[in-house]
Design a protein around this ligand. Structure first.
Ligand code: GLN
Length: 483
């Protein structure tokens, strides 16, 4: 079971090689064994998981099933799940039991999947190393001294260590692709608006998107089939016909044009990562694709622009945590104002407070035009760069992250160094484009990811490109030692 794809698990369930309850028990026992050292899960509730598995077994015996029925999944703790503690990695929500399901949770429940638990994450999804969680850092299963990336590092570590076959993540500036890259997984951030954000705790609403994290592109396609869909409870969700993301997986990629942005191969890129990414690009040439040089001239502005826009939106979104309606409330205070201050002082961690301070500052009267408005204008320029690039190519490829995983603690005290982890991913969030990462090699025993960026709603084509590579290579099958 340990390395089985969704298709293989599905067939095992159909042939009665194992039941959904047995499958859930298998992964729950792996969580028991491995989670104490990896810390990928914040909440595990065996009773709830096995209850869902029993229901799935009933569905399967009645023939009422789809490929995800009875398949265990780990859910990032940013998704509200009814009856489950939903913390977003923060003390602020440590006591919050969600009264309702997020769209994504609802969709997997409807499909009959089994929730194995809620995964650890950087607090309010702010971070690139999973060291800002109130619940302690997550460890990279490839080497426990290293970070798994963030903010979906718990989900990435859970799948990489085979505590779960698949997991959900969210990506505001790179939080699916960077941890996928650092943990050797395939992860996809969809086009903005493809997956409803309803019930997904908001960080920066114009950038946040949920997506799949798995071993293969094929499994991501299965998951996207469940996750993508229109939902009127998210006003930014786009109403378009449902697609089958498995349909094009086996298409030939002969003649497809891959744009290589020169700005993605600058001095900030680790030489070993560059070498492995170039080898992967060569593999694509062998598969019949054509490489074309392109330019995304505003790439270097993406991080400064993101660190105006994302904190601005976060400062507004996080104003709801005031100790009044739900979540943490300071124990001792003098009056209402004091209660607000103490609650937010105690309930939020350092990185979250840093973002709220920056966000409040750039939105304040007198500074709005200089920072926020200017950032929005540059955001448009970044989108235009992609528009221009896509007149020359079908997809864009480059590294997902500038380096392999780094040692825990190495960048913790240096926010700017941490922010640079997303240098190659952030511009797609600003433009609303889809992006994915897939494993294409290892250096010093740590995985390296290749990023594929597609045009709007071209997830199918990106998955086709990733699948073609995975039919020829074995990197997605590698498993860390000792798990
Ligand atoms: N690392 C980025 C940040 O800290 C992106 C996080 C994300 O995508 N959720 O904001």
């Amino acid at each position: 079971m340990i390395n089985n794809s969704i298709n293989e698990l599905h067939h095992g369930l159909l042939k009665k090689d194992f039941s959904s309850v047995e499958l859930a028990e298998y992964f729950l026992s792996r969580i028991k064994k491995l989670n104490p050292s990896i810390n990928a899960f914040i909440t595990v509730d065996e009773e709830k998981s096995l209850g869902q598995a029993k229901l799935a077994d009933e569905k399967i015996s009645k023939g009422d099933l789809n490929p995800l029925t009875g398949i265990p999944i780990a859910q990032k703790d940013i998704f509200c799940a009814k009856g489950w503690k939903t913390t977003c990695g923060s003390l602020m929500l440590d006591n919050f039991i969600s009264p309702y399901d997020a769209y994504v949770i609802e969709a997997f429940n409807k499909a009959g999947s089994v929730n194995l638990g809620k995964t650890n994450m950087d607090e309010f999804a702010m971070g690139s190393s999973n060291e800002t969680s109130y619940y302690g850092p997550v460890k990279n299963p490839w080497n426990l001294d290293y970070v798994p990336g963030g903010s979906s590092g718990g989900s990435a570590a859970a799948v990489a260590s085979r505590m779960a076959p698949i997991a959900t993540g969210t990506d505001t500036g790179g939080s699916i692709r960077q941890p996928a890259s650092l943990c050797g997984l395939t992860g996809l951030k969809p086009t903005y608006g493809l997956v409803s954000r309803f019930g997904m705790i908001a960080f920066a609403s114009s950038l946040d998107q949920a997506g799949p994290m798995a071993l293969t592109a094929e499994d991501c396609a299965h998951m996207l089939n469940v996750m993508a869909g229109y939902d009127e409870r998210d006003s930014t969700c786009i109403n378009r016909p449902k697609e089958d993301y498995l349909a094009n997986l086996d298409h030939s990629i002969q003649g497809l044009k891959i744009g290589i942005p020169k700005e993605f191969f600058d001095e900030g890129l680790d030489a070993n990562v560059q070498k492995l990414v170039e080898e992967a690009l060569n593999e694509y040439k062998k598969l019949g694709a054509e490489l074309v040089d392109i330019s995304l001239p505003n790439t270097s502005l993406a991080i400064p622009v993101y660190y105006v826009i994302a904190p601005a939106e976060a400062s507004s979104n996080l104003s709801r945590y005031d100790g009044v309606r739900y979540g943490y409330r300071a124990k001792e205070y003098k009056d209402l104002m004091d209660m607000y201050f103490k609650t937010r002082e105690q309930g939020f961690g350092e990185e979250v407070k840093r973002r709220i301070l920056i966000g409040t500052y750039v939105l304040s009267a007198g500074y709005y035009d200089a920072y926020y408005l200017k950032a929005q204008k540059i955001r448009k320029l970044i989108s235009n760069d992609f528009k221009e690039a896509f007149t020359k190519c079908d997809v864009i490829m480059g590294p997902a992250a500038p380096s392999v995983a780094f040692k825990s603690g190495d960048k913790k005290e240096d926010p700017l160094a941490m922010y640079l982890q997303d240098i190659y991913t952030i511009s797609t969030n600003l433009a609303g484009l889809p992006g994915m990462s897939l494993p294409v090699g290892q250096t010093q025993g740590l995985p390296v990811g290749l990023q594929i960026i597609g045009n709007y709603f071209k997830e199918s084509q990106m998955l086709n490109m990733a699948h073609a590579y995975q039919q020829k290579t074995q990197w997605h099958k590698m498993m860390p030692e000792g798990v």
